[in-house]
Design a protein. Sequence first.
Lengths: 406, 199
Amino acid sequence: MKLKTIHALMFAAGMAVATLATAQAPAATPAIPATWAQGRTADGMNPALSPNPPGISALPADEIPVSKLKVPAGFKVELWASGMPNGRSMTEAPSGTVFVGTRFTGNVYAVVTKDGKREVKTIAKGLHRPNGVAFANGSLYVAELSRIIRYDNIEQNLDNPPAPVVVFDALPKDEPHGWKYMKLSPDGQYLYFQIGTPANIVVPPATHATLNRLNLKTNVMEVVATGVRNSVGMDFQPGSKELWFTNNGRDWAAEDKPGDTLNRLVRPKGMNFGYPFCHQGDFLDPEFGKGRSCDEFDKPVYNLGAHVAALGMRFYNGKQFPAEYKGNIFIAEHGSWNKTQRVGYQVVRVVLDSKNNVVKSEPFITGWLDGDKFWGRPVDVQMLKDGSMLVSDDETGAIFRVSYAK
Amino acid sequence: MKLMFKTKAILVVAFFNALLVSAVVNAAPPDPIAGKAKAQTCFACHSENGISISPDIPNLAAQPPLSITYQLIQFRGQQRKGGGMEAITMILSDQDIRDIAAYYAELPAPPAKSGNADKIAKGQQIAGAQYCNSCHGPQLQGQKHIARLAGQSPEYLTTQLKNIRSGARIDMDGTMGSAARGLSDEDIEALASYAASLN
């Protein structure tokens, strides 16, 4: 209660300029606050919270404190590649080349392993938030903010990449939550990606807060799910071929809710996961939830915790990790900003039973967070053909590899 | 003879110690003293005290260190262009950038600039309506990687806001683009006068 009063006072002080100005005359042009600040209320959370500066440079390999990362007994974590400012989403080509997208630097990288040594090549520069990457039929697909492009025969031309072919350029141009996560369907026919909500908490246009897919043969795009605030990680479950995805919960409601969630698309179309009315399956929005019920909406599989920033996720279907890891989901938690005590900054392991219920969730890689300071932020995970797992980190511009040896 | 040999040995040890120190200097925390030495080239335009020599050039004094760091990295990566900064930053390491940023961040803030009172009042009103303080701070003093606007040259601020509005200057995450989109030239000039009038 006392803390809340102090927060309200701090907020009032911070907004004094705005209040004073409003008293004088109405603004000439309507304006909205920065996306991250939208939804903040005077009687709400700690107003001193603001987003972490994005990672835009890469740490030299010898400065990356990989020894601080902790994994369960029997596993080993090592620095796999470095020198990729803001490196985020990953995809592996059949040859073993790993492509890496970015959000803030506009680059796309290729990591090539030759004679046991890795080389990082910057294959594209100056793109607009090329966060999504997928590989199909010898081509690299890149999802920028408002279009999807394709680099044909890319692996034969890593040192001199061809000009990209524009595949689809009619996506919304909103910057907030406009960067894409992209995943190729198991049949190779579709690219799945999200269109995030254009704010923290609003009733979005029908096009936004959705999961979509683009048919690569017909170039027809369709909505596959709605009410998804912003999903920056998805994967198809081996066997069932269902799409599972992470979803980021809204900010400024409370320190401990709503949670980021793990979700499952049990119907190929028509599911609605509740945004902006209901969050985490059972938490009505303090503002937009009025007169609504969470029963109207589809529920997530699992609540991963508030503000952890659950991003990239993959099912483990490899042979290297012990048998109990088969079918598990690994999720990269980028880490919080809208919470006084930092959470996330780790990779978690989610264990499912044979009926796809979550049995448990536990930290798998920790150590990026050191007290209140973080030195790295995991963004995406990628299983390699040898059964080991990569983790990208957009703060250090590096990729780590986790392997298991008996 | 013996003494000379000893001196030589000490010198050799000292030399290798120096080498060792320089080998770990990359991992060192930002050093404003080293930054001053590295900033000699900057002084010609941004001055030793961080108050620039021309209204077209930004004052760097008391900028948040991350704000300088982020701009220098974007110049070096050629994502931001202007003032010949792309060429100047090309040779800088991340540590050079952090040191230079630490040097300028520690300097006393630029003095508040007087201006047309009506214009400043209009600027204050627009700043409130546009929520400038949610990122730039209640007195537009900057924070984290967000620039200090208080005491900045109004001519520089006007040019930059127009460049962000037109897309000529990189927009880190879209926030400034959407803030600048609805502003007229007069709005921008008023905002710049208001920011310059703060300390």
